[in-house]
Design a binder for this molecule. Structure first.
Ligand SMILES: [Zn+2]
Length: 163
């Protein structure tokens, strides 16, 4: 584990989310506050996940609130894909994972635990090459948190590498 980084349980992560103000869309709210934005294009932004399943997980979010691929403009998807490509490249350079998962996992269905209806793409560094997607793409094994210095160091390293 990276210095200053520790695991919290799925239940603790859910409890933390539930203590946050209720908003119509959590990803729209994150885009509004801009405090986790690592990089942005005209139609999409990249943020550092605050509830990462692996340290350094990034999320690419189209700016428009869209819930299905059929609602995404081709241009917004092109920018989202380009940012995901750059995010994966930066993760490879900074964190040297053995794999980098790039996945859109959300659903427009309401009431699905830990799934946001706002379409987005996760970019996740995976260090154990034997780990399968079902072991990584879940909160069942907990999520990561860190002390402020470790969060800052991660952000700075990724930001420097982004260029
Ligand atoms: Zn939204």
């Amino acid at each position: 584990m990276v210095n200053g980084v520790h695991k919290i349980t799925r239940e603790e992560a859910i409890a933390r989310l539930e203590r946050e103000p209720i908003v119509a869309c959590r990803l729209c709210a994150i885009l509004d506050t801009r405090d986790q934005v690592l990089a942005e294009a005209e139609l999409a932004s990249v943020i550092v996940s605050r509830f990462p399943v692996r340290w350094g997980q990034l999320i690419v979010i189209p700016h428009a609130h869209v819930e299905r691929f059929s609602e995404v403009s081709p241009l917004a998807w092109a920018e989202t894909s380009m940012l995901a490509f750059r995010a994966a490249s930066v993760i490879e350079r900074v964190l040297s994972p053995s794999r980098c998962y790039v996945a859109s996992l959300g659903t427009s269905e309401r009431g699905v635990p830990m799934s946001f209806p706002h379409l987005h793409v996760n970019v996740i560094p995976v260090h154990d090459p034997s780990e399968r997607p079902r072991e990584v793409l879940t909160w069942q094994h907990g999520v990561l948190d860190a002390d402020p210095a470790a969060w800052r160091a991660l952000y700075d390293r990724l930001r420097d590498a982004w260029g």
